[in-house]
Design a protein around this ligand. Structure first.
Ligand SMILES: Nc1ncnc2c1ncn2[C@@H]1O[C@H](COP(=O)(O)OP(=O)(O)OP(=O)(O)O)[C@@H](O)[C@H]1O
Ligand SMILES: [Mg+2]
Length: 266
């Protein structure tokens, strides 16, 4: 596979991302715009009104657990932030590092550093592990080198010539995260990374996410396994029927059995 890896292509992408650069409105305290902020976002699947006025901020390097019962709107919120076509954003603003994601399409948001790792992982059939990673690097801006990725995920290094779809569930999850790191990720959106994995594999993914946390990658983690997510996260946002029901520290949710019972059925 050949990669368009020239300085021209990189400069082109930097210029394209730079065009979006603006000063977002300041809504938080302290007079500084947040690194990431969504403000009163509303989104629909067809006629179905699902994301109903969600607002929250994230500081750079923070890990936020986005929690809530089945159907609360977690996946829909991630998809709205990543600017996928559905659900359709009808109102509100989304800012990442001074760039207005709400004005963008998915490919432009991706170029500005948004990486969504969906629940089904979307490993590309017919490609090896390494080809899956190289494909992620096909257009600038590039993130991590293959060497650095294999250092964090030695298992992927060992299986670099194996077809991606023949990996185990846990390895496919690692590949999905690795693919996001292969791009220049500024906001990592993980939808249920522990889904369907055995506890021992969950531990392994958790260790990887702890490494990612140390690297200061700003992350939104959606998880059914709320306790595991809260143990990793700095902050927690709980959604209920497409609205924010709680926004506070992860510790507050761990300490508050009533809150967990009401919104997480834990
Ligand atoms: N493509 C779609 N078309 C219409 N409605 C949808 C679509 N996808 C999801 N919904 C509805 O939107 C609501 C929120 O769904 P969403 O998948 O965002 O919830 P979730 O919090 O991720 O749930 P889960 O924990 O089950 O993954 C649900 O009522 C769901 O039925
Ligand atoms: Mg979901």
């Amino acid at each position: 596979m050949t990669m368009p890896d020239g300085a021209d292509a990189r400069q082109g992408a930097e210029a394209a991302a730079h065009e979006w650069q603006r000063v977002p409105p300041v809504r938080g305290q302290g007079g500084q715009p947040a690194f990431f902020s969504c403000w009163d976002i509303h989104a629909y699947y067809g006629e179905s009104y699902i994301v109903q006025g969600v607002s929250f901020d994230i500081r750079e390097g923070e890990i936020v657990a986005l929690l809530g019962r089945n159907g609360a709107g977690k996946t829909s919120t991630l998809r709205t932030i990543a600017r996928l076509d559905s659900p359709r954003l009808t109102h509100g603003e989304i800012w990442l590092d001074h760039k207005p994601l709400h004005e963008m399409k998915a490919f432009q948001a991706a170029r500005c550093g948004v990486a969504l790792v969906p629940e089904d992982r979307r490993i590309i059939p017919g490609l090896t592990v390494e080809e899956n990673l190289k494909l992620a690097q096909i257009a600038p801006p590039h993130g991590w080198s293959l060497e650095r990725i294999y250092e964090l995920f030695p298992r992927l290094g060992e299986r670099r010539q194996q077809e991606g779809t023949t990996l185990s569930g846990g390895e496919q999850q690692m590949l999905a995260v690795a693919r996001a790191l292969a791009r220049d990720v500024k906001l990592l959106l993980l939808d249920e990374p522990y889904e369907g994995l055995a506890p021992v594999i969950v531990r392994e993914i958790e260790r990887t996410l702890e490494e990612i946390k140390k690297l200061g990658i700003t992350t939104v983690l959606v998880e059914q396994n709320a306790i595991a997510a809260l143990n990793l996260a700095d902050r927690a946002i709980i959604l209920d029927m497409g609205q924010v029901a709680f926004d506070g520290t992860a510790q507050e949710v761990l300490d508050n059995a009533e809150l967990r019972q009401e919104y997480l059925a834990l």
